[in-house]
Write a protein that binds this ligand. Structure first.
Ligand SMILES: *Cc1c(COP(=O)(O)O)cnc(C)c1O
Length: 428
């Protein structure tokens, strides 16, 4: 009897195992997503299988021009040879050794990032949300230790996006993302972006930190005004709060500066970055000054994967490529060229588009009055024409091409986008 049961159990395990093994050989499609994935996303119909530079191919072998860069992640394009080489070499050397030990790549990356920026110290993690989580915890503890527990309020902007952990999504300024997740962490205030008077009112004496994206990404590709960031800096200094710049999306060369703060000439106390830092290999960073960093003593905060040799080696390679005057100057030239093309499209289709805004290679094309809510529709038409573009909300087309794009890529995007507009108008 017992042996029969144990045989049955073994049989079940064997069946499960064999079905698992064959599962990896069975073809998958977009349909499979609806069958096996937790439906957190609603992916587009085509499934990409291969990429090179700005080109990408789907399961049917159709080619696309990628102006999304995986939402500002593959800044150097798909499968950049130097990044692939660094990844493969490190994969054959050392992947992981825990934070009980440090490692050479993370020390090199920490040195490179601090030499390149205002910061003296770096903390590495695995995503933008984790970088912001670390920044918010650091700011809270800094104020707690220095001024006492009453100074714990975090101020952020409406329409901002800082990640999807419970803390970061609560700090983010888009209520639709916190719906149903209450109780939320307390001590967070939201203010209007780019509004100095609102900032003056919101940054009270109990505020430990103000967090802002120098160029809002998810919120609609909205650059901060220089005077606004300057005012935030002054208000923070006046009221003993730390200024945090979330450069997860706009950092790592996207605006034509290594970090957007450099273009603004306004320096934060803490900066977070991720997305393009690893070109698709997960890594995030929080960088800060010698004045703030010692708030975190051993044991205050941590991560298993953060700063592992593999991710660090990749990010170091990415940073070395992006952080040269020639590379960053090219981002500015390419950004100006793309901006010009988009402005011409606005001029040619004033009924469809209102205006273009953004910075460097982070541009948003805003839909006109009569086409409110149609950004997704147009991006679907663009994809059909072979151009991948993003949206930011329902009314903004968002362009985040790899920073290595050529003039020919911009010309091609212009042609494909015009075809998409014509197709949308014809189908209306
Ligand atoms: C994408 C993004 C995040 C979150 O990064 P994840 O890696 O998805 O956690 C945070 N802040 C900004 C500005 C972002 O664009």
């Amino acid at each position: 009897m017992i042996s029969k049961i144990s045989k049955m159990i073994r049989g079940t395990v064997a069946n499960k195992l064999s079905s698992k093994i064959s599962a990896s050989n069975k073809p998958v499609s977009r349909q499979t997503y609806d069958e096996v994935m937790v439906p957190t996303f609603a992916p587009n119909a085509m499934v990409p299988v291969r990429g090179l530079g700005l080109e990408l191919w789907d399961q049917e072998g159709k080619r696309y021009l990628d102006f999304t860069a995986g939402i500002a992640v593959t800044g150097l394009g798909h499968c950049h040879p130097a990044v692939v080489e660094a990844l493969v070499e490190q994969a054959n050397t050392l992947w992981h050794c825990s934070n009980i030990y440090t490692n050479e790549p993370v020390l090199q990356l920490g040195r490179a990032l601090t030499e390149a920026t205002f910061a003296d110290r770096a903390f590495f993690c695995n995503s933008g949300a984790e970088a912001n989580e670390a920044a918010f915890k650091l700011a809270r503890k800094y104020a707690h230790d220095k001024f006492g527990p009453h100074k714990s309020r975090i101020v952020s902007c409406l329409d901002s996006f800082h990640g999807r952990t419970l803390f970061t999504v609560s700090v983010g300024g888009q209520p639709k993302y916190t719906e149903g997740f209450a109780p939320l962490p307390p001590g967070i205030t939201h203010m209007r972006f780019n509004d100095i008077e609102a900032a003056r009112a919101a940054i009270t004496d109990d505020v430990c930190a103000v967090v802002v994206e120098p160029v809002q990404g998810e919120g609609g590709v909205m650059p901060a005004r220089r005077e606004y960031l300057q005012a935030l800096r002054e208000l923070c200094d006046e009221r003993g709060a730390l200024l945090i710049f979330d450069e997860v999306q706009c950092g790592m060369g996207r605006t034509g500066h290594l970090f957007a703060y450099m273009g603004y000439g306004v320096t934060p106390d803490i900066l977070t970055t991720a997305k393009s830092l690893g070109n698709g290999y997960p890594i995030g960073a929080m960088i800060t000054t010698d004045a703030v960093a010692p708030t975190f003593a051993p044991g205050s905060h941590g991560t298993t994967y953060g700063g592992n040799p593999l991710a660090s080696r990749v990010a170091l390679t990415v940073l070395e490529i992006i952080n040269t005057p020639t590379f960053l100057a090219r981002v500015q030239t390419a950004g100006a060229l793309l901006l010009g093309k988009l402005q011409q499209i606005v001029a040619d289709y004033p009924q469809v588009f209102d205006h273009v805004r953004g910075s460097g290679l982070m541009l948003g094309l805003v839909m006109a009055e009569g086409f409110q809510g149609r950004a997704k529709d147009l991006s679907t038409h663009a994809e059909r024409q072979g151009l991948m573009v993003l949206i930011a909300g329902m009314n903004v087309m968002r362009f985040l091409p790899a920073l290595v794009l050529t003039d020919a890529d911009i010309e091609e995007a212009d042609v494909l986008l015009r075809r998409a507009v014509e197709a949308m108008l014809a189908s209306k």
